[in-house]
Unconditional design. Sequence first.
Length: 296
Amino acid sequence: MQRIIYAFRFINACFSLAKKYPRLRKPWFYLWMGGISLTILWFVPLGAVIVFLGLSPLGMALIGSISVLLLFSLLVWGEVAALETCQAFDRLILGDPAQPEPEMQRSQFHRWQDVFLWMLSLPGLEVIRLFRKTFRSQKAANLDWLGASYLMLPVLSLEDLSQRDATARIKQLLQDHLLRFHPDLVGISPVVGVTQWFLFLAGGMLGFWVGLLLADPVTDAMLSRLLAAIIGFMLAGVLATLGIFFSSFSRACYYTTLYHWALGVETARNSGDPDLGRPPAILSQVMRKTTPSKKE
């Protein structure tokens, strides 16, 4: 239970920082504009299915497939926007947030292909890892780095690496024993995961219910059915984007904090100054027994 409390404290601290510093809110705009655009884009094939196939078995299968593709594309876009959050949040942790951003700071949206490939490959890698742990324990160590895969986004963003090079960097962090903190000690993952999937389900159910209220899918005119589908689809897309926004922002801030700590440990080891390996202030604050003050 305590780790859930820590998670809510950390999330609250991150959103408080976002209210104070506009650069931390910039990725929100990109995420929402991209989410709405993707929802509109995926409605084009959905509308074609409704017009030409209706609610036939093939039509229903295609409607379900399009909905899954929309959700996956929104998830990918959320992770791409999170790269920008990683960069902005790291600057807040590193030093004076009032300092202007570097003029030549590169946008992270060119990394969308790395994020896309990573999200496609991760489920398969996790399945292989589970299989090896169960049946071939002697080979399971080759995929132990997946336990630190949460660092993929901050490594991609802050070191501007490809997905392959970022994987090598994560393995190096593990081999050098630079990760001093288990991410589950602050329950960010369960909090944002439950919230995100609740909004996914709520959006799907609400969109379907509103669509049925506005038009009968069998007897009403085609135009009425299309309008009802547009409204229902947009409602589902907006709620899904809301869940992704909450999840991607919170995770990006938390994992960037852990990555920044690992870099501090690495610097402290190389320089011989142990003070450089201290945990970031925001993490220390949220894990105190008392609630951090508003000034902090």
